[in-house]
Design a protein around this ligand. Structure first.
Ligand SMILES: CC(C)(COP(=O)(O)OP(=O)(O)OC[C@H]1O[C@@H](n2cnc3c(N)ncnc32)[C@H](O)[C@@H]1OP(=O)(O)O)[C@@H](O)C(=O)NCCC(=O)NCCS
Length: 164
């Protein structure tokens, strides 16, 4: 049974199941230069279904978010070793943007990450991606680091993180 996590106007956010993956890959191809193998999508769904979410308007898929969790050095505490959520990818189709769907996807994924006892949540974003940087800042993420030439085309990323 599909459980609706959130309603935004006439769009909904719910958890992904494996039959949604092709539609999610199509949104990824249309919206982002970073693409992944089928196996990668399947493995994130198996690992962290609580934070692999899709947005739909009627039968149309309009956005998704997918995350993973890992252990590593804290982005906040000196010498701390913590469990961290990692926002791998989020996108909303252009014609459905600026309606709160992207923010709602990130907020719902934060709740999913928190159920996995993560202490922090982090992501990388292109330094030129002002819309996304603003959205993350509005939700409480802080720019922690600039990662030089992080992307294949040479662009720098901001590493942004939030502590729970
Ligand atoms: C980043 C992205 C996911 C945001 O999605 P979105 O659905 O437009 O996000 P939101 O609608 O929640 O927020 C966008 C803006 O709309 C505004 N907004 C939110 N709800 C709104 C509403 N009901 N009416 C009007 N505007 C609204 C928000 O305030 C926000 O503006 P602000 O950040 O200047 O405050 C989207 O731009 C995208 O897919 N980009 C391409 C992929 C990408 O860059 N992903 C991130 C990679 S790290």
């Amino acid at each position: 049974m599909q459980v609706i996590l959130r309603q935004i106007g006439d769009s909904i956010i719910r958890r992904v199941d494996s039959s949604d993956l092709i539609s999610i890959m199509e949104i990824n191809m249309k919206t982002l230069p970073e693409h992944y193998s089928d196996y990668f999508y399947e493995s994130l769904l198996a690992e962290l279904p609580e934070a692999f979410l899709v947005a739909q308007k009627g039968s149309t898929y309009i956005g998704y978010i997918m995350c993973k969790s890992e252990f590593g050095f804290s982005n906040f505490k000196k010498l701390g070793f913590v469990k961290k959520g990692h926002l791998v990818s989020v996108a909303v189709l252009e014609e459905f943007r600026n309606n709160g769907v992207g923010s709602a996807l990130v907020e719902e994924s934060i709740k999913g990450i928190q159920t996995k006892q993560c202490d922090e949540f982090y992501l990388e974003v292109r330094c030129s991606n002002n819309e996304a940087v603003k959205l993350y800042e509005r939700l409480g993420f802080i720019i922690k680091q600039r990662l030089r030439a992080y992307y294949r085309d040479g662009e720098d990323a901001y590493m942004m993180a939030i502590e729970f």
